[in-house]
Design a protein around this ligand. Structure first.
Ligand code: FEO
Length: 395
């Protein structure tokens, strides 16, 4: 059944959501599903912005046909990643004479995925070029490496709508409303926006800063991303978060505690430290077991907090694997501007603290506190002073 919603002045949402997907990119858990957004412009010339994931092909094509009718003049491809582009051929089959709009790299990637697109009608654009459809005029903005090289944004001078590709998106299906102001952004939604940003785009802070500077010169009234709801109110709130995250600045001066534990002793120490930090700071300190929580959630918390307390058992004379994986993810995403406090456990040769410190000191502008909390098998009442000193150092 067709499910289409007008956003503003002839711009229609025609996307669809997948609630059966377990992991986005076969990597990130999406317990609330995933949306794939598309927009049709009904004007003197009609336009479709992007295609969708194969999983929602039937709904997507049905929506497009209902909205655009028998003729589609342009298909704009802002981003070639297959979660959007995998249904490209389905649209080309419905509208074989459509002109596909993209930049030079868009068409290079398109032919890598679909060699049969070599002969389609193309309009090659670059930053500053426009697509005029009658009442609407779409200006193209290059957004390289946010988070693929070919990414384009498009800004509609008539409505102030910014088509932002993957930027400003989030995990989760679209519920009844397509508008972000109908969701609880400051609660659960913000956590998912942060997890999406930090894991999908987090490595490319410089590139996000560059495109934010370009967007600052525009009167943006709507943000239409490729995932998640459409923004029409409080847009600055989301842009401010992107500014913070892309500068790798924490939202919160507080701490998060992340640990792995084989038999519960390291967990006991991590929990005690979190309790003492909470008591001293007067606010909750979140605790995560890296062995049981997907690393994407840990990365999101690292982006949120200034201080990161990590506890690892010593395992095969190295860092415990789940913590090692967490550190590798932080390295890959170029985490910066953090203060790390480390706890290590070992029955005969605790060494994970030193090994973690070596890795974390290499991250940009990060401090690793000197005082490593060393647990020899388990903490005991006589260790209280040592724990208090560790907590004091973090505070
Ligand atoms: Fe949503 Fe980079 O694809």
């Amino acid at each position: 059944m067709v499910n289409v919603k007008e956003i503003v002045d002839g711009i229609f949402y025609v996307g669809a959501s997948d609630r059966r997907l377990g992991r986005f990119e076969n990597m990130f858990p999406v317990p609330d599903g995933m949306s794939y957004n598309n927009y049709v412009i009904k004007d003197e010339k009609s336009v479709l912005f992007d295609t969708a994931d194969n999983a929602v092909c039937e709904q997507f094509v049905e929506n497009v046909k209902a909205c655009a009718g028998d003729k589609l003049d342009y298909l704009v491809v802002l981003h070639m990643e297959p979660d959007h582009a995998s249904t490209l051929l389905s649209i080309l089959k419905e509208y074989p004479s459509v002109t596909v709009v993209g930049n030079v790299q868009t068409f290079k990637f398109m032919e890598q995925f679909f060699p049969e697109t070599a002969t389609i009608n193309k309009m090659v654009v670059k930053e500053g070029d426009s697509l005029n459809t009658g009442a609407h005029n779409f200006k193209f903005i290059a957004a390289p490496m946010v988070h693929w090289p070919e990414v384009l944004f498009a800004y509609d001078e008539k409505t102030g709508a910014l088509f932002s590709a993957d930027a400003f998106g989030t995990f989760g299906a679209i519920d009844g409303s397509v508008f972000a102001d109908d969701y609880d952004f400051d609660g659960k939604e913000l956590a998912e926006y942060r997890r999406y940003y930090s894991n999908i785009v987090g490595k490319y802070g410089c590139q996000v800063q560059a495109v934010l500077k370009k967007a600052a010169g525009l009167d943006v009234k709507y943000i239409l991303p490729l995932h998640g709801p459409v923004w029409r109110k409080d847009i600055k709130k989301l842009i401010d978060k992107y500014d913070l995250w892309s500068r790798y600045e924490a939202e919160d001066d507080g701490a998060v505690v992340i640990y792995s534990s084989m038999y519960g002793h390291t967990q006991s120490a991590a929990t005690l430290v979190a309790a003492k930090l909470s008591e001293a700071s007067g606010k909750n300190v979140e605790v995560y077991d890296a062995s049981g929580v997907d690393v994407s959630y840990l990365i999101a918390e690292v982006f949120r907090c200034k201080k990161v307390v990590i506890f690892s058992p010593t395992y095969n004379m190295g860092i415990y694997p789940a913590i090692e994986s967490f550190i590798s993810h932080m390295e890959a995403l170029t985490v910066q501007n953090k203060i790390f406090a480390l706890g290590q456990n070992g029955t005969w040769a605790p060494s994970s603290g030193k090994l973690m410190a070596c890795r974390l000191k290499e991250l940009g502008n990060c401090t690793v506190l000197d005082n490593v909390l060393t647990i020899k098998s388990a903490l005991h009442p006589g260790d209280e002073e040592m724990v208090d000193e560790f907590v004091k150092q973090i505070l």
